[in-house]
Design a protein around this ligand. Structure first.
Ligand SMILES: Nc1ncnc2c1ncn2[C@@H]1O[C@H](COP(=O)(O)OP(=O)(O)O)[C@@H](O)[C@H]1O
Ligand SMILES: [Mg+2]
Length: 380
């Protein structure tokens, strides 16, 4: 049985949710960069784990700019990036009533399945975008380019980058917001052709604000079951760890399974199902992407944390804690020196699998990661 609330949560990737929470600071930073030519956020690189809300944030930014009648182009590095940028620039300038004359996508060899060699495409991209940006500038428009799923791997992104720099030097400015997984950051850092992203303003997606999660859950859940207790909702909010995907999953399953009554039994079932999907769709991929040495580090960290948790995050809503582990103890457990283990600590920090927790201490960063690792310990 479906109720009204059931449609409010949607645990699917790449979909901006109806109940979009807590990213106002990031959105504001980028919106205001449009008017301030010196803002480091004129190019922004958003990073975060799968499920942390990168695509949703890009959609929200697009919506906000469109409200201000700005010209927004939304592409993915994995698409035919250059062609998509040109196509959308032409298409959308038409949509906002700014016809660009003298240029058509098909004449430039873009669009509609016309495929040029990649060199020819690069040449034609520069020419095309230069003309378009000039035409837009004459009408007082500077477009916003949103690039999702940045990996730093494609030739097209490098071509986009060098063209971007060339255009900027000629005063043909664009605001660029890119989003990618943490591993894209290290790839970009090692790629000379992508300096524009290295210098970009960085936004790391952390947890959503707990009070907003609690508020939303209270509102939505008490519509399904007016008798639901505050304590139970607070516990459920705490179990999201502020992680957007988990927040959608738990919200979705609680309302799906409720049948008008949200009690401990419904909560337990919803949490179990949500956890399963988090493990399957996020945590297993994170572990799969690690190297053997990185796994040695993670499992050593898990063992130490099981033996001697030395601290906890204070103030978690539901009282749960994430243990903190001393780096020195992990190196000991691995049977290596600290100076050897330091390299793997850095890689895991970069991958956002662990985070610093005060002087010399670390903790697991993704929600329920230590629980997932405990299950995987046998396969390791
Ligand atoms: N700010 C937010 N508030 C509420 N839910 C969100 C928010 N950002 C993302 N989500 C939800 O989290 C899930 C993952 O979001 P998505 O944008 O696809 O993440 P990513 O692109 O980082 O993998 C989706 O179900 C989405 O609806
Ligand atoms: Mg995404």
């Amino acid at each position: 049985m479906k109720n009204d609330a059931g449609t409010l949560f949607n645990p699917r990737f790449g979909l901006r949710p109806d109940l979009f929470l807590g990213r106002s600071e990031a959105v504001e930073t980028i919106l205001s960069a449009q008017d301030s030519t010196n803002s480091p956020y004129r190019t922004t690189f958003i990073t975060g784990l799968r499920g942390s809300g990168k695509t949703s944030l890009l959609s929200d930014i697009a919506i906000e700019f469109q409200k201000k009648k700005e010209l927004v182009v939304s592409v993915s590095e994995m698409d035919d990036l250059l062609a998509a940028v040109i196509d959308q620039l032409l298409q959308k300038s038409r949509n906002i009533g700014r016809k660009i004359t003298g240029i058509s996508a098909s004449a430039l060899g873009f669009s509609f399945g016309v495929s040029l060699s990649s060199d020819a495409q690069s040449q034609s991209f520069r020419g095309a975008i230069g003309k378009i940006l000039m035409a837009l500038k004459n009408q007082g428009i500077s477009p916003i380019i949103l690039i999702d799923e940045v990996s730093g791997e494609t030739k097209a992104l490098k071509e986009f980058a060098s063209t971007y720099q060339l255009m900027a030097r000629e005063g043909l400015d664009m605001l660029v917001v890119a989003a990618g997984l943490p591993k894209a950051v290290s790839r970009v850092a090692n790629e000379r052709a992508l300096t524009f992203l290295q210098k970009a303003g960085r936004i790391k997606l952390g947890p959503l604000p707990m009070d907003e999660i609690l508020d939303t859950y209270l509102k939505v859940f008490s519509k399904s079951d007016p008798g639901v207790t505050y304590e139970l909702v607070k516990m459920l909010a705490g179990q999201t760890y502020g992680f957007p995907y988990l927040y959608q999953l738990i919200g979705y399953y609680v309302t799906e399974l409720s049948g008008g009554k949200i009690d401990g039994d419904v909560a337990a079932k919803a949490l179990a199902r949500s956890k399963e999907l988090l493990f399957e769709n996020v945590l297993s991929l994170l572990l799969r992407d690690t190297t053997e040495k990185e796994r040695d580090f993670l499992f050593a960290m898990l063992r130490v944390s099981n033996e001697n948790a030395t601290g906890a995050i204070p103030g978690r809503l539901d009282g749960t804690t994430v243990p903190e582990v001393r780096f020195g103890d992990i190196a000991n457990r691995m049977g290596v020196t600290k100076s050897y283990a330091v390299k793997y600590r850095q890689r895991l920090l970069d991958a956002m699998l662990i985070e610093k927790a005060g002087y010399g201490k670390l903790r697991f960063a993704p929600p329920l990661f230590s629980e997932y690792l405990s299950l995987e310990m046998d396969n390791y």
